[in-house]
Design a protein around this ligand. Structure first.
Ligand code: F6R
Length: 369
């Protein structure tokens, strides 16, 4: 069933271009308009919503963190993202105009289910973003936007994550379309780029051999740090989570701007630090700031592993290892930037002799609180 791959995880990483494309299928028309008829929340409700609250756990929570940037930028609706396990216990402020989005691959995660039950009791509308047809979370929600990743068997989430991102982008764009906000040239360009992002993911997968070799060379390290800014920050968190759960290494993701507020003290000679670099086009201020961060950590001995767009020459002098990803609009970059981090964690775990499909102490779906 592994289709010739050594693990389900490798198979599922390889399936990502198709998973992404399948999740877009039938949801963008030839004119670049979104249609999400299946969602079944009346447009009137979406027009009235004055707040979006995303609840999820683990990797799905990271998808939610990225979705916030897209939702707020494209729709101007305030968006909060919270760990489902924290949400319910702090008496959150919800009402009929709150749109709660529950993201879950399995549709059975107890913390997420409890959070959505609580939200509905308060009168909020709940939309599930889910990969499992007919599972509990979509059944108990007002509406569902399915991801079409296909069954995900490996415990560590890969293709489900990419499709959660796609579903969240579609939702954000759809909200923007329904509300008539910001629906200009920028959005049309994003929709166009989104429609062909599967090819970009494919291109990343074709260039992963150096990442695998690098991962093997780091098998005896104790710690790897990950830095990012803007949407690259949740990508850094996701890279660190994958490494913890698969390689059983100490890994942490930081917002690059926080370095000087503490984490830079961790930098020492030879410490591997993965940096996710925003596009030099678009929000170029962010790009320039992260280039200085790379300089700062390298001056203190870090071994820099830099993930940067093709054509970004500014990072070259400071990268001990350079991983190229295709140019995409800033907000879509996580779809291509996460892939090398998945491959990196999978290979490093294998080099350490770990079983990647069934990491110790973990279950695929967490049905207890
Ligand atoms: C990490 C991972 C977990 C899940 C989390 C939520 O690789 O797989 O962090 O993302 O347990 O699971 P779902 O999405 O099924 O609610």
């Amino acid at each position: 069933e592994k289709g010739g791959y050594a693990s389900f995880m490798l198979k599922e990483i390889a399936e990502q271009p198709k998973a992404v494309t399948d999740t877009l299928l039938g949801r963008i028309d030839g004119a670049g308009r979104l249609s999400l008829d299946e969602v079944r929340i009346p447009d009137a409700v979406l027009r009235e919503a004055d707040k979006v609250v995303i609840v999820a756990c683990g990797t799905a929570f990271h998808a939610g963190l990225i979705a916030k940037y897209a939702i707020e930028h494209w729709t101007r609706i305030p968006c909060e993202v919270e760990l489902a396990s924290e949400f319910r216990y702090r008496d959150p402020i919800l009402n009929r105009r709150t749109l709660v989005v529950a993201i879950s691959q399995s549709g059975e995660t107890m913390d997420t289910l409890m959070a959505l039950r609580h939200a509905r009791e308060q009168g909020a509308k709940v939309l599930a973003v889910c990969n499992t047809n007919g599972s509990t979370i979509p059944r108990e929600s007002d509406a569902v936007l399915y991801t079409h990743a296909g069954p995900e068997v490996a415990v560590a989430s890969t293709k489900a994550f990419l499709t959660q991102l796609v579903a969240c982008y579609l939702l954000a764009l759809y909200l923007g379309q329904v509300r008539g906000t910001q629906w200009g040239d920028e959005i049309h360009a994003v929709v166009r780029d989104l429609a062909r992002i599967g090819d970009d993911v494919e291109r990343v997968l074709e260039t992963m051999e150096p990442v695998r070799a690098l991962a093997r060379s780091l098998a005896d390290k104790d710690t790897v740090l990950f830095l990012g800014r803007h949407v690259g920050y949740p990508v850094a968190l996701e890279g660190a989570l994958k490494l913890k759960e698969l390689a059983y290494m100490h890994a942490e993701g930081f917002a690059a701007g926080e370095l000087k507020h503490g984490p830079i003290a961790l930098i020492e000679e030879g410490l591997p630090v993965v940096v996710v670099v925003p596009s030099p086009r678009g929000r170029s201020v962010l790009h320039d700031k992260i280039v200085s961060n790379i300089q700062e950590i390298r001056a203190r001995g870090a071994r820099t592993i830099v993930i940067a767009e093709e054509g970004d020459e500014a990072v070259v002098p400071y990268a001990d290892h350079l991983v190229r990803i295709p140019a995409t609009p800033t907000l879509l970059q996580p779809l291509v930037a996460t892939v090398p981090l998945q491959v990196f964690a999978c290979e490093l775990a294998t080099a350490r002799g770990n079983e990647v499909d069934q990491p110790r102490n973990l279950a695929k779906s967490v049905t207890v609180e």
